[in-house]
Design a protein around this ligand. Structure first.
Ligand code: 5RP
Length: 236
């Protein structure tokens, strides 16, 4: 079910994508505020939408203990704001994880990893009681796959994984020059729509040398805050 929250631009101009991202980040602050307390550690994602969230979260930094970050970039941004960053192994579970997506469907399955942070994102999401996805309306799709599917691979397995992807009908393209926070490489998968993302996530996981694939279906989002021209829609 979707419910529209506040926020409409009054001057008649189309809102920019950044304005939509900022709006959903602000809605995420409202979403998590009831969870904040002296001992609370929250999970924070990666990307431009997550960056807006981090910047707004900084205004509440005295209301919670700290954060677990899904990338080195986010950890730095949090620390620059004076928010303590904790190692996930010392935290266990987090009550909430807030992150963006490259695509999200009606069942809250996602493609993530455009920023190459998919592995740590999937790990933090796995440890989160609730996944709040923040996205502008351009990310909402009927079928995943318009956005190339990122796959993090062990470097020596890159060619092998690429050949296995072709067998699954996915066209691999090496993201040249990108090294993940885990020291691995990224193959982006083109020309495939994912009608059954959960099954494909499992199949890709079974390829030797794949560290993580960017289909987030087995653990999708629980809440979607979607930035539209008419306001931020909350979907659960
Ligand atoms: C990074 C991600 C991001 O969540 C995704 O790429 C969306 O990014 P943005 O908010 O910049 O559009 O998965 O690995």
């Amino acid at each position: 079910m979707g419910t529209a929250l506040r926020f409409t631009r009054q001057d008649g101009h189309d809102m920019t994508q950044d304005e939509l991202k900022r709006a959903v980040a602000a809605a995420a602050i409202e979403e998590i505020t009831p969870l904040l307390g002296r001992d609370t550690i929250i999970g924070v994602g990666t990307g431009s939408t997550a960056n807006f969230f981090v910047d707004l979260l900084a205004e509440h930094k005295h209301d919670f203990l700290g954060a677990v970050a899904s990338s080195e970039a986010t950890a730095k941004r949090l620390r620059d704001h004076g928010i303590d960053v904790y190692e996930l192994n010392h935290v266990g579970t987090v009550p909430v994880y807030v992150d963006g997506a490259d695509e999200i469907d009606a069942h809250f399955n996602m493609i993530k990893g455009g920023g190459a942070a998919l592995t740590r994102e999937k790990i933090v999401a796995a440890c989160a009681e609730r996944f709040v996805c923040i996205a502008d309306a351009s990310k909402r799709v009927d079928v995943l796959g318009g956005f190339p599917l990122p796959i993090e691979v062990i470097p020596m397995a890159r060619s092998y994984v690429a050949r296995e992807m072709v067998k699954l009908g996915i066209t691999p393209v090496y993201r040249d020059g990108v090294v993940t926070d885990n020291g691995n490489q990224i193959l982006d998968g083109y020309e495939c729509l994912f009608e059954d993302p959960r099954a494909m996530e499992q199949r890709l996981n079974n390829i030797v040398g794949v560290v993580t694939n960017g289909l987030f279906a087995q653990r999708g989002a629980d809440v979607l805050l979607l930035g539209t021209e008419h306001g931020v829609e909350r979907h659960t």
